[in-house]
Write a protein that binds this ligand. Structure first.
Ligand SMILES: C[S@@+](CC[C@H](N)C(=O)[O-])C[C@H]1O[C@@H](n2cnc3c(N)ncnc32)[C@H](O)[C@@H]1O
Length: 385
């Protein structure tokens, strides 16, 4: 048992069961051995899982180009703040800033790169990675709401969520308990935000249907909206619209654990040395955005988002010969449906930008996809008849 697991076991013995969200927060973010609070970068070949950022610099380059387009549409404000959350070791920021230095020094001159990072250990790693851009990068999240962009890749899937099960015609929350080992304990749901989401989901579920609900994702989206006075928010992640997320066939939810590129479903194995995640309920994220005063500009898969965003870049590259083979390999990995192209989606929000021309990345976005996300009631099977 890891030292963190021993500590959690003692806590459960002393104080009784806790929501899975509290267990997950400790397992990932506790200063005493939490997965993200200790050790190295966690992503890439030497880590536990790949992300679009760990594929190589092309992801950051294309998103940087899109932020530069946003800057131009907004009238080239200075400073233009790019806020990143979930920056891990700072690699995405480095890819963005290097692209700006090489391709758009005028954009770099206006750019202030703000990383919102609660983990001290991660701040130290980010400062080291970004030493060459010390003038542009800040970790001071307390400033006034900015003009610019907010970006987060695979943040929302790492936000602690609650687990629920449909039992005897009603929803129960699954708490984490201890009885000679970690295990699940059913309780009446007490948390107000959880109860509201469960009421919205209704009671047309099979006995034993188990899933996740993440009210903290809505809070994170509200925080993002508050960080900007004017600009664009990009959340890239894996997930579904609610109708798909809570489809009858997804009867054991989407909780996944990753360690050394092996996926499993036991969150009590190697606590503090394993990543815990669930797919994102993009409907919950989108409706929180609307309540926070944002417009949902698009919800589009990564293949379409990156292909549309990279079109100008590819045209320029063709003028200078073809893009290198490393660029092509990375682009294919990021956009191919069998790799990351369809599993990942971009949720794009706007604040105070409705009068501006659409961003290039949304060229292939379907308005119907946004309508599907924002459906005001959970579709029942009979709705589709
Ligand atoms: C799956 S990793 C993704 C890392 C990186 N964005 C990438 O794509 O390679 C999730 C990251 O989100 C961070 N994170 C989770 N909750 C956070 C929060 N509330 N504020 C800031 N970072 C958070 C974690 O520390 C971790 O670095």
């Amino acid at each position: 048992m890891t030292p963190l697991a021993r500590k959690l076991a003692r806590q459960l013995c002393d104080s009784g069961p806790m929501p899975f969200s509290s267990f997950m927060a400790a397992a990932l973010y506790s200063a005493e051995g939490g997965y993200y609070a200790s050790g190295g970068s966690r992503t890439g070949r030497a880590g536990d899982f790949f992300t679009s950022v760990s594929v190589g610099p092309v992801f950051g380059q294309i998103v940087a180009g899109e932020c530069c387009e946003a800057w131009e549409r907004m009238g080239r404000p200075t400073p233009f703040t790019l806020i990143e959350v979930g920056a891990n070791d700072g690699q995405f920021a480095l890819d963005v800033l290097r692209w700006a230095r090489e391709e758009r020094p005028d954009f770099l001159a206006a750019l202030r790169y703000q990383i919102d990072e609660p983990l001290e250990e991660a701040v130290a790693r980010q400062r080291k990675t970004l030493a060459e851009f010390a003038e542009q990068v800040t970790h001071d999240a307390l400033g006034a709401a900015a003009q610019g962009c907010y970006f987060a890749n695979e943040l929302l899937d790492a936000i602690p969520f609650r687990r629920v099960r449909f039992v005897g015609g009603a929803w129960k929350e699954l708490l984490v308990g201890w009885d000679e080992g970690f295990g699940w304990v059913e309780r009446e749901p007490e948390d107000g935000a959880l109860r509201r989401r469960l009421a919205w989901l209704g009671d047309d579920f099979a006995e034993g249907y188990t899933t996740e609900v993440a009210p903290a994702v809505a809070s994170q989206v509200r925080i993002a909206a508050d960080r900007l006075r004017q600009g664009y928010v990009f959340f890239a992640d894996y997930g579904y619209a609610a109708a798909d997320y809570y489809a009858a066939h997804r009867s054991s939810g989407t909780l996944r654990c990753y360690r050394a590129h092996r996926a499993h479903e036991d969150p009590f194995d190697a606590i503090g040395e394993t990543d815990l995640t669930a797919h994102v309920d993009f409907s919950l994220a989108a409706s929180a955005a609307v309540q926070a005063g944002c417009e949902v500009l698009g919800w589009v898969d990564q293949a379409r988002f990156l292909t549309a965003a990279a079109a100008g870049m590819l045209r320029r590259m063709e003028g200078q010969g073809s893009p290198g083979s490393a660029w092509q390999r990375q682009f294919q990995m990021l956009t191919h449906p069998a790799h990351l192209g369809q599993k990942f989606h971009f949720l794009v929000l706007g604040k105070g930008v409705s009068a501006l021309p659409a961003l290039p990345s949304l060229r292939f976005a379907r308005p119907a996809a946004v309508a599907e996300l924002l459906a005001d009631r959970f579709p029942r099977p009979s709705d589709a008849d």
